[in-house]
Ligand binder design. Sequence first.
Ligand code: NDP
Length: 300
Amino acid sequence: MSAIIVDGESVAGKIRAGLTEEIDILKKKGFYPHLKAVQVGENASSRLYVQNQQKQCEAIGIKYTLDELPADTKEGALIEHIKKLNNDHSVTGVILQMPLPDGIDAKKVQTLIAPHKDVEGMNPANMGELVYGNTKLAPCTAMAAVELVKSVGVEIRGKEATIVGRSAIVGKPVSLLLLDLSATPTVCHSGTKDLSAQTRKADILIAAVGKAEMIKGNMIKPGAIVIDVGINRVKELDAQGNPVMNPNGKPKMKTVGDVEFATAREVASYITPVPGGVGPVTVVMLLRNTVEALKMKANI
Ligand code: NDP
């Protein structure tokens, strides 16, 4: 068997098209989405994220603005800034760019974003709604993983789902979202005794470990749907297993997932690639949360 590759770009495109229509309708009713990004200090990867977010927001009609605070901003000043944005009626969603400078407790500040503007779904109130099965704003990557499962069109109810990883932003919310869809989730972590036994029983396997190609084909149930959340940078190797070098003499790097794609695709029925799977859908979930946040404000 060779699995069907689930193209994240195509799934993202369909969701984007629906959001564009929703935003048009909201604007006609007088509700305008405005996502405010907050960045503290300068960081190359964060800047890239900001540029991508801006491009994606503006493409579907969401206003996107960036507040850049100096690198020496103290936690108290950042909290005051967040509170100001919470009370600013022209701002409908707030995203805090990571990383933050040393000395600032990222989790503490992030959870101070008002629940109805929390487009990353990290506020404890929104996490609580997830537990109650009343999800409005959930963590973007977790929602992306579940959207990709839904996109293949197989009934989720009654399926065994194994999630490898129990972080608050991926593993735990994925398990709750799949539970709400009446799958039977098992969540694995570093203390799990026999990981292969858990992964091999899964009709739906979600890998969110952060360990390059840890899940091999022989750990996967034939015909499983495999969603690879992992993003790992590794050295590219040649056929002899030696690092491929760049013209500048440094090892060439590539991005791989938590699943060993070549062996897994021979066993699975559907599999997401890395890159090009969960990543593009995660960004679109940020857009969807921004629209949801506006709908919460509009009470519709
Ligand atoms: P964390 O490091 O927060 O969590 C990793 C989880 O994996 C932990 O629960 C850990 O267990 C578990 N784990 C580690 N080793 C093993 C093992 N040998 N067997 C079983 N479980 C193990 O990672 P995140 O959830 O933040 O991210 C996971 C991956 O997803 C990363 O590669 C990250 O880069 C990627 N990611 C991708 C995003 C996207 O948009 N595509 C967004 C966010 C993350 P324990 O709790 O016991 O330590």
